[in-house]
Write a protein of this length. Sequence first.
Length: 228
Amino acid sequence: MPVIVTANPKGGAGKSTLTLVLAQTLASMGGSVTVIDADPNRPIVDWRSGSSKLDFDVIDDPKESSIIRQIREEQSKKQFVFVDLEGTASRLVSRAITQADLVLIPLQASGVDARQASRAVDLIHEEEEALGNRSIQFRVVLTRTNPAIKTRIEREILSSLTAAELPILRTALHERQAYKAMFVRRLGIQELDPSEVNGLSEAQKNAEMLADELLEILKPETETEVAA
């Protein structure tokens, strides 16, 4: 079953938010999911300590020596395995990437984030060389975007990514209050109260579009079906 890794050497690019949004959306659709939280701050482990009723597992504190074994064990049991990586280039990051069916590279619309994302792409290519003939799929994902309008900087970055022939997810992870609220209240976006969180339905639609596109990308790799 597919392993989805989120990677970017820059901290604060939106890796944990993207991972949690996708994991909980697929779980709410009936998928069996495990998240391996390899971020030293353990944001998804902290989220899991809350009262959310969403049914998926979170593995805490993976080690460089155990990350491959943990990924493979979960892969044998679950439909989807997500690995939320630390914001640095390390041997643990490299080992996790070697196991990926898809690497998601989140970046905000800034020059700094774009340059760091290119480092993640370079790391993927290095691991491909080390693995021989194996190709590792990846997609760049814009995060914290304005859902109403693309900024000039965002358009410029999209243009540069396209010119570099880097594959980009059609669906961006928008800037939404709900994505912050899910960490604060330790609930899924499906469990938040719409009377307390502005734009909740739009955030849910954004999450579903991201999950649908993820499934579309992974479909050639697996015939896994998630019940609607």
